[in-house]
Design a protein around this ligand. Structure first.
Ligand SMILES: Cc1cc2nc3c(=O)[nH]c(=O)nc-3n(C[C@H](O)[C@H](O)[C@H](O)COP(=O)(O)OP(=O)(O)OC[C@H]3O[C@@H](n4cnc5c(N)ncnc54)[C@H](O)[C@@H]3O)c2cc1C
Length: 413
């Protein structure tokens, strides 16, 4: 086997899953993670279709099940909190619909993956790559804090704003497509009875506003929930570092909202896990440059609102490690095979994400919102083949091969 020493930048979902599989196949991965320690809190993610099988093959089903936040479905409510249209998870099957059966906090999934490899993989927290020199025989990498080191291969698993992509592929504006909307999330204490349901209150476009939705999603903590805000604003400019200004944008955009939004919106000022960003998609034609390759959001983020990003990351990590193993470490064979294997899955997820928010969470008019509610209400009465199985079909695009690691390394579970 060639090229055993592999540096993975980013210890999130894709990075940790990749390190796990590389280790299983007999490679020696090192992970460098910018955060000083595994994080807590944050947003919820879904594991769908083939990604569930990746978790099964890792032997982590019990850990994932323990961390599930409970998913009954998504319901749209009116200003008085009456449910006007509901999409139960049972309508779509375990992997489909806006809320998947396997939903958990991103940080819980990252911790589960980290616990599965922490004893076997060299994990460097609180550092980041500053320079990459690719040569015929290997890669020289410089770090912010640690000494420069040599590796055989480099993987960018460092998210939408990938550092490795910037250093080896070029500036991020070549690769990031703006989907014209915004998302904000933060944890709140709440006495709204969710019972596993994600509740959404939509204000259709009109009076100078595009469509907007505010909602509550169950959290793993009893008595708390994740508040979410989704709105279209193609022209909006904001400063990435000015969190107070971002909070003001969200507060202003939803100050006239009905339902119980005025109860939980003010909690924005004290939120310590506030997240705000444009909804963006990463479009990279070829995911490798010489000895460097991208996986997860750095290569193919569909959009934070698509519900498929985590599944892409888990399956992408599995396919990349498996192709490197089949090619006995020859990246010139493995990287194109990984690209061919994943392309259709990624393209389908991208197409889905480009339209996901349109009539659903950001209807342009009252008529479009009414149409949405009507569609949702009649779905349970339609024959199964008419029920939109969009996400479920996309999540099953890839069938994993039967090849299992020959090198079964001992890993702690
Ligand atoms: C607000 C929001 C909501 C979402 N909702 C859903 C959902 O409902 N369902 C779903 O399936 N998916 C959802 N996603 C998408 C999902 O979180 C991602 O697709 C998934 O986490 C991708 O994994 P990743 O490992 O590629 O990236 P990430 O999970 O982002 O991990 C990247 C890692 O790299 C680290 N890093 C960054 N820069 C550097 C650097 N320079 N050096 C070293 N390390 C670095 C980061 O600290 C992080 O640990 C959502 C995303 C967001 C932002």
């Amino acid at each position: 086997m060639k090229n055993r020493d592999i540096l993975v930048s980013g210890g999130g979902i894709a990075g940790a899953a990749l390190a796990y599989w590389l280790r299983q196949y007999g490679f020696r991965p090192t992970v460098v993670e910018r955060a000083p320690a595994p994080r807590t809190g944050g947003h919820a993610v879904d594991i769908r279709g083939t990604a569930r099988e990746v978790i099964e093959r890792m032997g982590l089903v019990a850990q994932v099940r323990n961390a599930l936040i409970g998913a009954s479905g998504m319901a749209f409510v009116d200003e008085r909190g009456r449910r006007v249209a509901s999409l139960g998870t049972d309508l779509f099957g375990p992997s489909g619909g806006p809320v998947a059966e396997w939903g958990l906090l991103r940080t819980d999934l990252a911790r589960i993956l980290y616990d599965a490899i922490r004893d076997d993989v060299d994990y460097v927290f609180d550092d980041a790559i500053t320079d990459v020199q690719q040569g015929e025989d290997g890669i020289t990498v410089a770090f912010e804090k640690g000494e420069s080191r040599q590796f055989d291969l480099l993987v960018g698993a460092d998210g939408v704003r990938s550092n490795v992509r910037e250093l080896t592929f070029g500036p991020e504006d070549r690769y990031i497509r703006d989907l014209d909307s915004f998302i904000a999330l933060f944890s709140v204490t709440s006495d709204v009875e969710l019972d596993g349901w994600q509740l959404m209150y939509t204000m259709p476009g009109g009076d100078g506003w595009a469509g907007r939705t505010a909602g509550l999603r169950p959290s793993a903590e009893p008595g708390s929930a994740i508040a979410g805000f989704f709105f279209r604003a193609p022209e909006l400019k904001y400063d990435r570092r000015d969190v107070a200004a971002q909070k003001r944008i969200v507060a202003r955009t939803f100050e006239d909202a009905g339902w119980v939004v005025s109860d939980f919106l003010p909690k924005i000022w004290d939120a310590t896990d506030f997240y705000f960003d444009r909804v963006e998609q990463v479009q990279v034609d070829t995911w490798s440059r010489h000895r460097t390759v991208l996986v997860g959001d750095s290569a193919f983020c569909a959009s934070p609102m698509s519900g498929i990003g985590t599944s892409l990351a888990l399956v992408g990590a599995y396919v990349l490690a498996s192709e490197l193993s089949k090619a006995e470490g020859d990246y010139r064979l493995a990287y194109p095979a990984y690209q061919t294997g994943m392309r259709d899955f990624v393209d389908r997820a991208h197409r889905f994400a480009q339209t996901a928010g349109d009539g659903g969470l950001m209807p342009k008019s009252r008529a479009q919102m009414w149409q949405r509610n009507l569609m949702v209400r009649i779905l349970p009465y339609l024959p199964k083949r008419f029920v939109g199985r969009g996400l479920e079909n996309i999540a099953d695009t890839i069938v994993l091969d039967d090849a299992r690691p020959a090198h079964h390394q001992k890993t702690k579970h």
